[in-house]
Design a protein around this ligand. Sequence first.
Ligand code: FE
Length: 175
Amino acid sequence: MEKGLVESAAVDALVERYEQDVGPLRGAQAVARAWTDSAFRARLLEDGMPAVRELGFGDRMDGHVARLVVKENTDTVHNVVVCTLCSCYPWAVLGLPPAWYKSPAYRSRAVREPRRLLAELGLDLPLEVEVRVWDSSAEVRYMVLPQRPPESDDLDQDELAAIVTRDSMIGVERL
Ligand code: FE
């Protein structure tokens, strides 16, 4: 902006788009579809980006060259996403990262003491649940597929998408 190469309005529009339009709505829709469609779930876990493109926003994700790897939470495994090097984040599906995701404390402690960090963020995991930490990079971005809440049987796909939080797809929250 200082060099006059871009106008601040253009930057604002881009930020706004990723804040409000893109994410974490796309990720939430992918999760809701995976919960209700086992074939889609299999494709999503196999290779994230082509599966997400099926949801109809492919044309606007052409600039995203990174691979999207989706990690599924189970009763015995909990996944959490970090970028230890900088701030790589699956913004194609989750929009802009929260400020804490980029903090040195999160980036180091997610690896060194994930259980304690998660507990401080409000997620107390039983010891029998294995914690797996995924370190993002320019080539590979990770997203967590949270477990479907047990009391969500009556919800349709749109209602399910509405209960999927950004934090649950980063892996610092369980639904
Ligand atoms: Fe990074």
